[in-house]
Ligand binder design. Structure first.
Ligand code: BGC
Length: 890
C-alpha cells in the first residue's frame, strides 16, 4: 500500500527564502586560527531554491598591514555542502568576512545575504612561530604537586591597536590575562594532544584588551596532562616533560598600517616568572590555592616585578605547533544546586555543607569565600554519589580524590580552580563561615565546544531521562579527548568506548572536528607503538604498559572515521585516516588463524577484553563474559574489513578494495564456520553473539540461519525477562539486531525493562548520567565493590542510536544525510515521539503521534535531501525538501 493521504501542510512558503546556516569546514561558526588556506564552505536554505537561481559568494579578505580586497563569484545553488574554496589560497593571518546570497540569473536578489561569517587563517608556516616556550628558571621538584608559576611581561603600545591577536599555547596548561582580565572563556588550554607529535596553538582576538601606553600580559601555568599525574595504577608523572612553558605571540596592527610583534622568550629580559598562589594542581586530585601568596596587580602594568626571576626557555620544535581542527574546552551553562544542607561542623565551629547539584557532570564550582580569617581554609570534595548512609562516596574516585583547598588571605573573594576538572553531582564544602546559600555558588558545566545536533523526546519520561543521561555522559567526557570517565584517576581516551559510542555521539553533537583531531593522535600512537593502543593519547601504565591489538578498542581505527564520513559525507576524513585504518586491518590480518578467526590471545594479562563488563562478570574481572572473546573479536574484525573495503572504494584504491574484500569474505566464513551452527544457534548462545552476527551482516549470505538467529535472540531476550545481558561490545547491537530481524516487541521489552540489569534500572535508581556498570549502584543503594565503578561512562548509552533511528525514526541511508530514512517503530506503549538532527543540509525532523486509525507524522526534510518514509505494510514513499504532514493507517 502506498501512503495515500500524504499532505504537504507547509509547502514552499513564498517570501521565506533565506540562508539558514553558513559555516566553513566543520567549525561551528566564526573561527580564528583555522588550519587550512582553502577552507570549504557550507550553507543551507530555508526552502526550495527557484530554478535558474545562483549563489553569490562575496568575501572581503585582508592581510594585516594591507588593504581589504573584495572578491566574489557565482555558484550553482545545489552544491551547498563542502564547496571548494573559490579564490586564491589564504595567507597566514588573513582575515575573511564572507556572505552568500541567492540571486537570479540576472543577478537580482532572491534572498537577503546570509549572516556574515568571519574566519581567519592561523600561523601556517613553521617559521611564523617565533615565540619560545618559557617558564620558571628555578629548579622544581621532580614529583607532582609542584607549586605552580606565573609568567608576566609588560609592553608599551604606541596607539590603540586596529587589530591584535594573541597566539597562545603551552607545555602544561595556561590561562592568559591582559591588564588583569582573563582572555577568552576557555579552560585547559592548549588541550590534550600527543605532545611528542603536536601541540595546539589557539588564536585570541585581543584588540579590545590593549590600550595605548603600558600594558601587561600574565600567564597562569598548570601541570595538566603535560607533566601532571596521568591515569590509573598509580599513574605516570612528567610523561611528556617536566618543565612548564607558555608560548605567547602577540601581533598588533596599528591604524597607520604599522605592525608590531611581541614574542615570549628568555633573552630580551622582558619576561619574568614567580611562584603564584596555586600551591599545586592535579586534573583529577584537585587544586590547592593559597590566597596569601597572591600578588595583586601581577598581570597589570606598573607592577613591581623586581624580585621575579628571569624565565628560561623550554625547547619545543616549532614545526609541531598546530592550528586546531577543533574547538577548545569551555564553560557552558550554570548548574544550580537543588539542595544545600549543613551536615556538620569543623572543629572550630565552621559549617560542613553538602550541596546537591541535581545533575552529575563535568563541572567546577565558583565559590564565594566570605568571612574567613587569613590562613583559614575551605575544602571542597566532589563526588558522584552518596553512600547509603548519606556520606560522600570517595572510594570509587581512587586516587583522583577531586579535593580542592582554598586558603584565605582574610579578604572575601570568589574562587574557582583553574587547572583541575571535576566530575560530580555532590560537593561537600567544609569550613564555611555562616550560611551557605545558592548565592554563594556558581557551578559551571565544562566540555569541548560542539554544536548540539540531535534531540529526542517521547511520551515516556523514563526514556527521556535515559536519553538525557546518554547525552550528559557524552558532554561530561568530551573534554579535549573522548575520555572514558570524568571523575576517577583515569580519564583516558579509551578507544573501545568511543568505537561503540561514536554513532550516538555523531547524532547528538557535531563531533567531526573533535574526533578528527583525536584521530591524528591515534595514528601517531599507532606509528609509535605498532598497534592501536588501548587508549589514546597512550601512556604506559601498570599492566597496560605494552599496547597489544585488542578487538573493538582497536577497531576504532576504522569505525570512527567511518562514522564521521557517514555523518558528514566528507571523504576527507577517510583519506586523512587511511593509513590508520589500513594498518589496523593489515596488522590484525596477521593474527588470524588459517580459517580466518581472530583467536590468537594478545600477549597481555587480560587477553581480549571481549564483551567487557557483561553483567554476569564478577566485580573484579570485567572480561569474564558469557560470549567467547574470539567470537567478539572476529565479528568486529569482519565489520572493520567490510568498512575498509568501502573506504578503499570511495578513495579509489582499487588494489585495497580487492584485498580487503577477500579478507572480509575470509573472516566472515571463518566466523560462520567456527561460531555458528546449521540450526541457527551459535557456539556462544548469548544475546551478544547473535546481535553481532546479525547487526554486522555476517549472516546476510545465509538467510535461513539469519532468521533462526533472530528468533533465537528474541527468545533469549524473552527468557531473560527483559534483563540486559550484554556488556560494552554487545550492547549497541542488540536492539538493532532485533529490529533487523522483525522482533521489535522484544526490542521494546528489553529497552523498557526496569529490573537490574537494564537501562531503565539505572534511571529508576536516580541516575542522571550513564553508568559504567549496569549495577554501579546496586538495588539496595550500595555501590558496586569493584575497583572500577563510575557513574559517568558513555559506552552503555550507545542505546540512544537505536532510539534515534527507531523511536524517533530518523536514520541516514547515504553518507551526509543526502538520503535518509523515516521509519519510527510504533510500539512500547509510546504514543508520541519526536526527534531532530542537524544534517549537512539543515535540520531533519520527525514528530509522530498515534491516532485511532494509525499514526500521524510531521516530517521536515532539509532542502537538498530526500527522505524515504518506511512504515509497515506501506510501500516506501519519498519526500523532498519541505515540511510534510502524513496521516497513515496502520
Ligand atoms: C575504562 C573503560 C575501558 C576499559 C578497558 C576501564 O578502566 O574505564 O571504559 O574501556 O578500562 O579495559
Amino acid at each position: 500500500m502506498r501512503i495515500m493521504d500524504t499532505q504537504i501542510i507547509k509547502p514552499i512558503a513564498v517570501g521565506d527564502l533565506h540562508i539558514t546556516r553558513f559555516t566553513i569546514e566543520h567549525f561551528p561558526g566564526d573561527a580564528l586560527g583555522i588550519p587550512t588556506a582553502t577552507p570549504r564552505m557550507n550553507w543551507t536554505y530555508s526552502r526550495t531554491v527557484p530554478d535558474g537561481s545562483q549563489i553569490l559568494l562575496k568575501i572581503s579578505r585582508r592581510i594585516p598591514g594591507a588593504q581589504a580586497r573584495e572578491e566574489y563569484t557565482y555558484l550553482p545553488p545545489e552544491d551547498n555542502v563542502l564547496v571548494p574554496w573559490q579564490f586564491t589560497p589564504l595567507a597566514s593571518r588573513e582575515e575573511v568576512f564572507a556572505t552568500v546570497q541567492l540571486v537570479s540569473a540576472a543577478h537580482k536578489p532572491l534572498s537577503d545575504p546570509s549572516a556574515t561569517l568571519h574566519f581567519e587563517a592561523g600561523l601556517m608556516q613553521e617559521y611564523e612561530h617565533v615565540a619560545d616556550f618559557v617558564g620558571p628558571s628555578w629548579a622544581e621538584p621532580e614529583t607532582d604537586h609542584r607549586h605552580l608559576p606565573l609568567v608576566r611581561t609588560e609592553i608599551a603600545i604606541k596607539a590603540k591597536p586596529k587589530r591584535a591577536r594573541l597566539y597562545l599555547s603551552a607545555l602544561g596548561l595556561v590561562e592568559a590575562e591582559i591588564n588583569g582580565v582573563k582572555i577568552g572563556n576557555d579552560a585547559l588550554i592548549p588541550g590534550w594532544t600527543n605532545y611528542e607529535q603536536r601541540v595546539q596553538c589557539w588564536t585570541y582576538d585581543v584588540t579590545d584588551e590593549l590600550n595605548e601606553g603600558a600594558n601587561a600580559m600574565g600567564f597562569w601555568l598548570g601541570d595538566g596532562w603535560y607533566r601532571g599525574r596521568l591515569g590509573f595504577d598509580g599513574g605516570y608523572v612528567n610523561y611528556y616533560g617536566d618543565r612548564l612553558g607558555v608560548f605567547a605571540q602577540l601581533e598588533i596592527e596599528y591604524e597607520d598600517g604599522g605592525i608590531e610583534h611581541v614574542y615570549s622568550n628568555a633573552w630580551d629580559r622582558q619576561w619574568k616568572a614567580s611562584l603564584g598562589p596555586i600551591v599545586c594542581s592535579d586534573l583529577c586530585e584537585g587544586e590547592r590555592y593559597d590566597a596569601r601568596l597572591e600578588q595583586p596587580g601581577w598581570s597589570e602594568p606598573g607592577f613591581d616585578d623586581s624580585n621575579w626571576k628571569p624565565v628560561s626557555e623550554i625547547f619545543y620544535d616549532p614545526a609541531k605547533i598546530e592550528n586546531p581542527d577543533t574547538s577548545p574546552v569551555r564553560a557552558h551553562e550554570i548548574n544550580e544546586p537543588v539542595s544545600i544542607a549543613r551536615t556538620g561542623d569543623t572543629p572550630d565551629g565552621r559549617g560542613i555543607w553538602l550541596v546537591d547539584f541535581g545533575q552529575n557532570c563535568t563541572q567546577r564550582i565558583r565559590l564565594r569565600i566570605a568571612g574567613l580569617e587569613a590562613g583559614q581554609s575551605v575544602e571542597l570534595h566532589h563526588v558522584e554519589v552518596l553512600e547509603p548512609n548519606g556520606e560522600i562516596a570517595t572510594r570509587t574516585l581512587r586516587r583522583g580524590q577531586q579535593h580542592d583547598i582554598y586558603t584565605s588571605n582574610g579578604t572575601d573573594a570568589w574562587w574557582e580552580p583553574r587547572f583541575a576538572m571535576h566530575g560530580f553531582r555532590y560537593a561537600q564544602i567544609e569550613g564555611v563561615v555562616g550560611e551557605l546559600t545558592v548565592a554563594d555558588i556558581e557551578c559551571h558545566v565544562y566540555h569541548s565546544v560542539m554544536d548540539r545536533a540531535g534531540e529526542l523526546e517521547t511520551s515516556n519520561p523514563l526514556l527521556n531521562r535515559l536519553h538525557a543521561n546518554a547525552s550528559w555522559s557524552m558532554r561530561s567526557n568530551f573534554v579535549s579527548v573522548p575520555q572514558d570517565c570524568p571523575q576517577r584517576d583515569e580519564r583516558m581516551g579509551w578507544t573501545g568506548d568511543i568505537c561503540l559510542f561514536a554513532p550516538t555521539a555523531a547524532y547528538l553533537y557535531d563531533v567531526y572536528g573533535f574526533l578528527k583531531s583525536w584521530l591524528k593522535d591515534v595514528r601517531a600512537d599507532q606509528v609509535k607503538w605498532g598497534t592501536v593502543p588501548f587508549y589514546v593519547p597512550f601512556i604506559p601504565l601498570g599492566g597496560w604498559a605494552h599496547p597489544q591489538a585488542i578487538s573493538t578498542w582497536g577497531d576504532s581505527a576504522v569505525e570512527v572515521p567511518w562514522v564521521l564520513y557517514m555523518e558528514s559525507g566528507d571523504p576527507q576524513i577517510l583519506a586523512d585516516s587511511y593509513e590508520l585504518s589500513r594498518d589496523w586491518i593489515d596488522e590484525v590480518a596477521g593474527y588470524l588463524s588459517a580459517d580466518g578467526v581472530w583467536d590468537r590471545r594478545p600477549d597481555y594479562v587480560l587477553g581480549q577484553l571481549g564483551d567487557w563488563l557483561d553483567p554476569t562478570a564478577p566485580p573484579d574481572d570485567p572480561t569474564q563474559a558469557m560470549t567467547e572473546k574470539e567470537l567478539v573479536a572476529t565479528a568486529f574484525f569482519a565489520r572493520s574489513c567490510a568498512q575498509a573495503e568501502q573506504i578503499a572504494q570511495i578513495l579509489g584504491k582499487s588494489e585495497d578494495v580487492v584485498r580487503f574484500g577477500d579478507l572480509r569474505k575470509h573472516v566472515t566464513s571463518g566466523f560462520l564456520g567456527r561460531f555458528t551452527n546449521l540450526d541457527g544457534t551459535m557456539t556462544s548462545d548469548t544475546q551478544c553473539a547473535y546481535a553481532l552476527a546479525i547487526a554486522f551482516g555476517l549472516l546476510d549470505g545465509e538467510p535461513v540461519r539469519r532468521v533462526k538467529a533472530g528468533n533465537r535472540l528474541a527468545k533469549l531476550v524473552r527468557e531473560s525477562g527483559g534483563k540486559v545481558s550484554t556488556g560494552f561490545a554487545g550492547t549497541p547491537f542488540v536492539l538493532p539486531a532485533l529490529t533487523m530481524t522483525g522482533h521489535n516487541e522484544e526490542a521494546y521489552g528489553l529497552l523498557l525493562s526496569e529490573e537490574c540489569p537494564s537501562w531503565l534500572y539505572q534511571v529508576k535508581m536516580g541516575a542522571t548520567t550513564t553508568w559504567e556498570r549496569w549495577d554501579s549502584m546496586r538495588p539496595d543503594g550500595s555501590l558496586n565493590p569493584g575497583g572500577m565503578t563510575s557513574f559517568n561512562h558513555y559506552a552503555l548509552g550507545s542505546v540512544a542510536e537505536w532510539m534515534h533511528a527507531h523511536i524517533g525514526g530518523l536514520e541516514a541511508i547515504e553518507a551526509g544525510w543526502k538520503r535518509f530514512r523515516v521509519a519510527p517503530v510504533i510500539g512500547g506503549g509510546i504514543d508520541h515521539a519526536s526527534t531532530a538532527h542537524v544534517t549537512p543540509y539543515g535540520k531533519a525532523s520527525v514528530a509522530w503521534k498515534t491516532s485511532e486509525t494509525g499514526v500521524e507524522l510531521d516530517v521536515t526534510v532539509p532542502i537538498g535531501a530526500t527522505a524515504v518514509v518506511e512504515l509497515p505494510d506501506h510501500e516506501p514513499t519519498e519526500l523532498i525538501g519541505g515540511t510534510h504532514h502524513l496521516v497513515v493507517a496502520l
